[in-house]
Each structure stands twice: as C-alpha cells, then as structure tokens.
Ligand binder design. Structure first.
Ligand code: RIB
Length: 318
C-alpha cells in the first residue's frame, strides 16, 4: 500500500485576534491571544491524519517543552512521527499570527529547528519512500533540503505535491520533478519566476487559469492555483486547458492554514483514486471546513465532517 509523507515545518503559532491590522508605526489593543500548534508541514500532516490517511511526518522541533508537546500532539493525532526529531541548541519554530475580524491573517515565521532539517538527515528519514507514494512539501525548511528531497523522491517514482509557500522562485530543473504545484495567485507568479502583479502576472480569473498554464509550461505535471473562497484553477499535462473548480461558501472565522487543509485534502483524494477535478473539489471542501474554526490544526475537519459536508452541503462545527 502506498504512503503519504509530509516533509516540512513544525511551528508553535502565537495567535492574536485583532479588529483590524495595525498600520506601520501604529499600536493597537488586541482582542485575544492563544497558542496553537502549526507550521505548514505539521498542519498538512494533521489534516491528513484527521482524514484517516495515516501520514508519515519528517520534520524537526527544538529540544524544548514546545518540541516535546508537539511530538506528543502529533502522536495523539495518529501521525507517524518516526521522522520527527528534537534537535539540541534550537528552539521550536515559531509563527506570529494576527487574525483580523474578517478571518484574514498575517504571519511572520521564525524557523528555529525547522532550519536544522538538513539534506542528509531528511533523506535518511525518507529511506522507506517507494514508487506510488505521495510526498507533500512546502517552503519553510532550508531550500537545499527541499531541492534534494524532490530529486530523491522523484527518482524513487513517488509524486511530489508542492505548496510553494512562503512564496519563492522554484528552479526550472526542480519544477520538472514536481507532480502537483498548489500556489495561491501571489505565489504562482513568484514560483514561475515572474513579478507578482506585473504585466505578465496572473490577476483576474483568466489570469489565474493562465498562471496554472504557465506553471505547467515550467515543467510540473499538474498545477492548481488556489483562489480562497472562489475555489481553485486546475490545469494538467494531460488536460492543459485551465478550468475553474468552484469553492464552498462558509462563515470564515480564521483562514490560517486553509492552504494546508487544501493540500491535505488533495493528497487524500488523489490517494483514493479521485480524478484531478474531483480531487480539487474535495480539497476545496477540506479548506472551507478548516476556516470555520480558530487555529491551524485545531480547525482541521475529520473525515466524517467532510463526508457529511459533501453530502449535505453544510457543516455545523460543534
Ligand atoms: O499555513 C499556516 C501556517 O503558516 C501557520 O500554522 C504558521 O505556523 C505558518 O507556518
């Protein structure tokens, strides 16, 4: 049976709810403060675990109380943590997050132990990757490790699902080894090596489909440009005409990790043999459910929630 792996970041999220984001130089009184477990890698792992996919995580946390707490939490969620190590001399990665009353967020990440996931130890933790496996990645660990893991995984015949966030350019030789790339509009331009919002940047609905096609031209096998509540734009090597897969309308409380939920949902759906268009619809649904609760991992839906939502078109978070 094939496995789903996640190679990526594990952060502690320090989340402040604010009425609105402050301007530069402005001080504001916030509404509340909470600490959650997050990091794009950890969030994808928990999204998959809650869909009952038995994911395998490769990542690094500090040899501090947050690292210990994080490991315990992943195990409780049924994430296989054999590839997660606590490293001496590093603090666990930290994300400072402001969430506005609209549910929109702003995030600054201090990588800490995520920066200690070096190429050699990552490849050692991935020794069991086999042809047919799915490997989810993001851009919050060292680039050298990311490019090496993609080459290794591709060589093994596994499929990489790359969420290029935070935004960065992906070298063309790496692009051709990526199975699926899942940026948002801003990340799509940068991943493809273009200025966001520039003349050739995506922008607009046609532009989002154009961005998906551009990423295909850069060499990846499938491109999905996420468009928040509007859903996503999909183009594949087999069917390069970009199409819009609509999203779902929900009351957004906190959009943090919606992209991670999307990637978890996508991997789960693809691993179950769903065709690309259907898999993107499933991913849209997982992302929509995730924004109805506060926090990154705390808000990830369970498989029963997803099935109920897809069957009934509504969701009542208890
Ligand atoms: O995608 C959301 C995540 O980005 C947060 O959990 C934060 O830790 C940052 O990695």
């Amino acid at each position: 049976m094939s496995s789903i792996w996640i190679v990526g970041s594990l952060n502690v999220d320090l989340v402040m709810k604010v009425d609105r984001f402050p301007e530069a130089g402005e001080s504001l009184i916030g509404e509340s403060f909470e600490t959650f477990l997050g990091g794009k890698g950890g969030n994808q792992a928990v999204a998959l675990a809650r869909l009952e996919a038995a994911p395998r995580m490769v990542g690094r946390v500090g040899a501090d109380q947050f690292g210990t707490r994080y490991l315990e939490a992943l195990r409780r969620e049924n994430v296989d943590t054999r590839g997660v190590r606590q490293v001496e001399g590093f603090t666990t990665g930290t994300a400072f997050i402001e969430v506005e009353s609209t549910g929109q967020n702003r995030i600054v990440v201090v990588p800490g132990a995520n920066g200690a996931l070096d190429r050699e130890s990552a490849l050692a933790d991935l020794e069991a990757v086999r042809a047919g496996d799915l490997v989810l990645m993001q851009l919050e660990i060292p680039f050298e490790t990311i490019w090496a893991v993609i080459a290794f995984v591709h060589e093994r015949g596994a499929t990489v699902i790359m969420d290029p966030a935070p935004a960065a350019r992906i070298p063309e030789e790496v692009m051709s080894r990526i199975g699926w790339i899942t940026p948002n509009e801003h990340e799509a331009s940068i991943a493809a090596g273009r200025e966001p919002g520039g003349q050739e940047g995506p922008g607009g609905e046609d532009g989002l489909g154009g961005a998906a096609r551009l990423l295909l031209e850069k060499g990846c096998a499938g491109a999905i440009v996420k468009a928040g509540s509007r859903g996503a734009f999909l183009a594949t090597r087999d069917d390069p005409e970009p199409r819009h897969i609509p999203g779902f309308t929900v009351d957004a409380v906190d959009t943090t990790a919606a992209g991670d939920a999307f990637n978890g949902g996508l991997a789960w759906a693809l691993s179950r043999g769903q065709a690309p268009d259907e898999a993107v619809r499933t991913a849209n649904a997982v992302a929509a459910l995730s924004v109805t609760g506060m926090g990154a991992q705390t808000a990830m839906p369970r498989r029963s929630d997803l099935e109920h939502f897809l069957a009934k078109g509504r969701y009542d978070r208890s």
